[in-house]
Design a protein around this ligand. Structure first.
Ligand code: ADP
Ligand code: MG
Length: 224
């Protein structure tokens, strides 16, 4: 038996001029496959730093991250890049779409950058799940904020990640889009048995979605 995610004594120190900022201070926890874990904590407590390290985009100063038993930061750069792009689906609160590409082209872009084809069936299913079928040929400027975010999300899903790493995914959305987007995350988690780690500020969202909550405070996990 093995947890999908095993974080051991993770530390991350940033140099800010003369001073050192301890963004993560000896963080340890595990996540089971298919579990939905929420992270809550005040601004500056290290939430985004933790997510970046889980997603393979920032190296820890010390400590280990095991994914499916593998120490991801012991991998070669090439293997780490593969993990980052294909396994860890990182979604930011801010999202980038290419304004001159259609919905469909934006969704298939991450795969194409990775020399992977998105077959028509997968694309159709994604457009269907995201209720974007009628808008496949639209440009981002023709979409609402909530729809734009769903397109960015679809691009990540097309890569078939095993884990979703979500940094305040509904921040800044209007109430209706928020609800839609949270429903979508819940649906994906349940239907695809995805493991989800989500930073949120909203206790209602956490209560609705998460199996478990980690509370961060000054770089430490204060409560599991
Ligand atoms: P949160 O997401 O909980 O608001 P962050 O993980 O973004 O917190 O930041 C944790 C701490 O690390 C903060 O003090 C922040 O200023 C600092 N920090 C984050 N990223 C960097 C960086 N690239 N360089 C220097 N300091 C950083
Ligand atoms: Mg943050």
């Amino acid at each position: 038996y093995m947890p999908i995610l095993n974080v051991c004594n993770l530390c991350k120190t940033y140099q800010a001029g003369e001073a050192e900022v301890k963004a993560l201070d000896n963080v340890s926890f595990t996540v089971e496959k298919g579990e939905f874990v929420s992270i809550i904590g005040p601004s500056g407590s290290g939430k985004s730093t933790l997510l970046h390290i889980l997603a393979g985009i920032d190296r820890p100063t010390s400590g280990k991250v095991y994914v499916d038993g593998e120490d991801i930061y012991a991998k070669s750069e090439k293997e780490l890049a593969y993990y980052r792009r294909r396994k860890a689906g990182l979604i930011y609160q801010f999202y980038n779409l290419v304004l001159t590409l259609t919905v469909e082209e934006n969704i298939t872009l991450p795969c194409r950058l990775d020399k992977k084809k998105t077959d028509k069936e997968t694309l159709d299913r994604l457009l269907d799940t995201l209720e974007m079928k009628e808008r496949r040929s639209h440009l981002p400027s023709q979409l609402s904020g909530g729809q734009q975010r769903r397109v960015a999300f679809a691009g990540v899903l097309a890569m078939r990640p095993t884990t979703l790493v979500l940094d305040e995914p509904v921040a800044g959305l209007d109430p209706a889009s928020r609800t839609d987007f949270l429903d979508l995350i819940k649906q994906l988690h349940e239907q695809r048995n995805l493991t989800v780690v989500m930073v949120s500020h909203n206790m209602n969202d956490i209560a609705l979605l998460a199996d478990r909550m980690l509370v961060m405070h000054e770089g430490e996990v204060a409560f599991v």
